[in-house]
Design a protein around this ligand. Structure first.
Ligand SMILES: Cc1ncc(COP(=O)(O)O)c(C=O)c1O
Length: 380
């Protein structure tokens, strides 16, 4: 069995979530939109319970939740939906601002909008992965429509200063979208306190099922639907609701919030032990801010070794990543944005600890990296 330390790519679906989902596949299979008979009304009620669970987690009313297939779709709906709604009402503000270390599920829809004529600014980050707030303040102008900054980075775990970004956006009358895929269920996030107007989340990043997620929207934020063909989700996201997945998402969010504090403290201790052990090998660079990061994340570059060979040696022992699972093979744009060379980025290891991670996993990771580094640095 591999030691699975890739919880930023995905998390296992919690068994309690599986149990909550079970009846909704077969026994209670009715379509929640078929409102004329009891089983359908029960399915609709189950979806509304899940909606409440997701909304509560972010301190929002249930009406803020738009269910969809995951954070990629939520980001597309937020970014393209805001832009289209603004264009439709002849809004003067059209400018979009984001950060170089965002996930492609934000960068690509923004690049698409840019190709269709909307001005786009992609801000650099500092060498620790944090956004320079003065740069953001300077970039915001009278034409700025929206700023999109993620809560927690999927590669380096860096936590941006959402409160300061939200305040800045509010002061300038600019919408603030936040990709919370790696943060919801892992750190406390109160949307209203942080002045976040739109927030994306994903089920499979918080011990829920794959294929579900949500966009949360502050009341009054104009959004044009990006998927047409039905009146579900207030006409903002057409398509039959995936009742079992949404029941699972609600349960997963509730469970994640229940052990969030304890889990984060425990995983931070394990992560720090991993970092201490790795540093003893020498020639290991930390990627990202040392403390303003997720407690279950560690990202390092190993000096003087070939990245492909390093990961070939590790893969029989460890499930870890050298970058975003979604960027498949291309060098990490996140590590490049921190100033790492291609070689350093390739020889990087992203560790993502999770609910089931143990001290034994950390020992195994340390032994595997030590053996691989010794073999590559001092071949027999
Ligand atoms: C920050 C971030 N945003 C968006 C996504 C995409 O999420 P989903 O798989 O739910 O579409 C991911 C997944 O890797 C992510 O880490």
């Amino acid at each position: 069995m591999l030691a699975y330390l890739d919880h930023h790519a995905t998390t296992p679906c919690d068994e309690r979530v599986l149990a909550a989902m079970a009846p909704w596949w077969h026994q209670l299979f009715a379509n929640p939109a078929s409102r004329l008979y009891r089983p359908a009304l029960e399915a609709a009620a189950a979806v509304e319970i899940a909606r409440g669970q997701v909304a509560d987690a972010l301190g929002m009313p249930a009406g803020a939740v738009i269910f969809c297939s995951g954070a990629t779709e939520a980001n597309n709906l937020a970014l393209k939906g805001v832009a289209e709604a603004a264009l439709e009402r002849g809004e003067r503000r059209r400018g979009l601002i984001t950060v170089a270390t965002e996930h492609r599920a934000v960068l690509d829809p923004l690049a698409w909008l840019h190709r269709h004529g909307l001005p786009l600014t992609v801000l650099p980050v500092q060498s620790d992965g944090l956004l320079d707030l003065q740069r953001l303040a300077d970039a915001i102008g009278p034409d700025t429509l929206l700023v999109s900054v993620m809560a927690a980075n999927n590669e380096i775990g860096v936590l941006q200063d959402l409160a300061a970004i939200g305040q800045l956006c509010r002061r300038h009358g600019v919408l603030f979208h936040c990709d919370g895929a790696q943060a919801v269920g892992h750190i406390p996030l109160a949307m209203a306190d942080l002045n976040i107007d739109l927030l994306s989340l994903s089920g499979h990043k918080l011990y829920g099922p794959k294929g579900c997620g949500a966009l949360l929207r502050r009341e009054g934020v104009a959004l044009a639907p990006q998927q047409h063909g039905g009146s579900q989700e207030g006409g903002l996201r057409a398509g039959t609701l995936a009742v079992p997945l949404l029941v699972g998402l609600g349960a997963a969010v509730e469970l994640a919030l229940a052990d969030q504090g304890e889990r984060s403290a425990r995983l931070t201790t394990l992560r720090d032990r991993l970092w201490d052990g790795l540093q003893r090998l020498g020639g290991i660079q930390l990627n990202g801010h040392p403390s303003q990061r997720l407690g279950h994340n560690l990202n390092v570059s190993v000096d003087g070794v070939d990245g492909a060979r390093l990961h070939r040696l590790l893969r029989s022992e460890l499930a870890v990543s050298s970058g975003s699972a979604c960027s498949q093979g291309s060098p990490s744009q996140v590590l490049a944005a921190l100033g790492r060379s291609r070689q350093q980025a390739a020889a990087s290891i992203r560790f993502g600890l999770g609910r089931d991670s143990s001290g034994a996993d950390i020992d195994r990771a340390l032994a595997a990296v030590a053996a691989a580094v010794a073999e590559l640095r001092h071949p027999a």
